[in-house]
Design a binder for this molecule. Structure first.
Ligand code: C2E
Ligand code: MG
Ligand code: MG
Ligand code: MG
Length: 287
């Protein structure tokens, strides 16, 4: 009976699984073409100093404008790209494009208008032997100083052994800054912060969602603790996914200096970023 039940469960499950495999395979080959056909582009979400209201930087977020499917969200294709290895050329393109964009903005508006650019880096990229050289080459080609570049990595990709640690140390030596993305959601270990040259903690949106919910003491506690931790360790704390004025006020009171979220600005195309950069004083400071 157990065997029959198992088989029935499998039979029910299989078609959907097969579909998923087929979808991923198709998406994977389409993604390969997407890079060649220039269907990928970047949106930039500003990071603000939530005390002064100044824009301090922006996070580059990849977008795929598929000719038939329309906009495919990164949550759908990044995992596919990671599994197939396509994340390596895709990530190289993102890194170079984002740095070139920042260099253009610096030339046009000055580095006071926007200091740095954040680029998401997948675990697989960190394991590439030439990654540090690639970053150094992009910086020298674009003329950016290393401190203008913030590489966002997740906790899980950092605890990936000795080679990754050496890569992160070499990047730090170069002067590039490292941010732990989605902080608090992974297998967070506080020892990680001492073992790796981390400069920035990005509190995950899920904690920001909880801070104004009177019932949710747990997420509030994590949000407050991360701000304290950053202060004691001399790191920057960034809150991501700020959607309301109440959340912004609360995070500022907790000691967050930097923030990102739809309430402040959505991910924007380069021309809208430029419009924002010409505005100096932001309403954020007054909020
Ligand atoms: P992430 O790095 O944690 O980026 C933040 C995500 O939260 C972005 O989603 C952003 O649009 C979204 N977000 C920001 N503020 C708000 C808000 O107030 N409310 C809500 N609901 N969402 C907000 P996006 O652009 O869909 O990217 C999703 C994830 O895909 C990113 O999460 C990142 O892990 C990955 N990703 C995006 N671009 C790249 C890339 O170039 N390379 C790699 N390896 N991963 C990327
Ligand atoms: Mg990120
Ligand atoms: Mg994030
Ligand atoms: Mg996230």
């Amino acid at each position: 009976a157990a065997k029959a039940a198992g088989k029935a469960a499998w039979a029910r499950f299989e078609p959907r699984m097969r579909n998923e495999v087929v979808n991923h395979a198709r998406l994977g080959s389409e993604l390969h073409n997407a890079i060649i056909r220039h269907e990928l582009f970047l949106a930039y979400q500003p990071v603000f100093d939530i005390v002064t209201g100044a824009m301090s930087g922006a996070e580059a977020l990849v977008r795929w404008k598929h000719p038939v499917r329309g906009n495919v969200p990164p949550g759908d294709f990044i995992p596919v790209a990671e599994r197939s290895g396509l994340i390596v050329p895709l990530g190289s393109w993102v890194l170079r494009e984002a740095c070139e964009q920042l260099a253009k903005w610096h030339a046009e508006y000055g580095s006071a208008a926007i200091r740095s650019i954040n680029v998401n880096v997948a675990a697989r990229q960190l394991r590439e032997a030439g990654f540090v050289d690639e970053v150094a080459a992009v910086l020298s080609d674009t003329g950016l100083i290393p401190a203008n570049l913030v590489l966002e990595v997740t906790e899980s990709s950092v605890i990936d052994g000795r080679q990754v640690r050496e890569t992160l140390e070499a990047l730090h030596e170069l002067g590039v800054r490292l941010a732990l993305d989605d902080f608090g959601t992974g297998q967070s270990s506080l020892s990680l912060l001492r073992a790796f040259p981390v400069d920035v903690l990005k509190l995950d949106k899920s904690f920001v969602d909880g801070i104004c919910d009177g019932e949710d003491r747990g997420r509030l506690a994590v949000a407050a603790a991360v701000a304290q931790l950053a202060e004691y360790l001399d790191l920057y704390a960034v809150a991501e996914g700020i959607e309301t004025a109440a959340q912004l006020d609360r995070l500022r009171a907790m000691g967050y200096r930097l923030g990102q979220g739809y309430y402040l600005a959505k991910p924007l195309p380069p021309d809208e970023m430029a419009a924002l950069m010409t505005q100096t004083a932001r309403t954020v400071a007054a909020a």
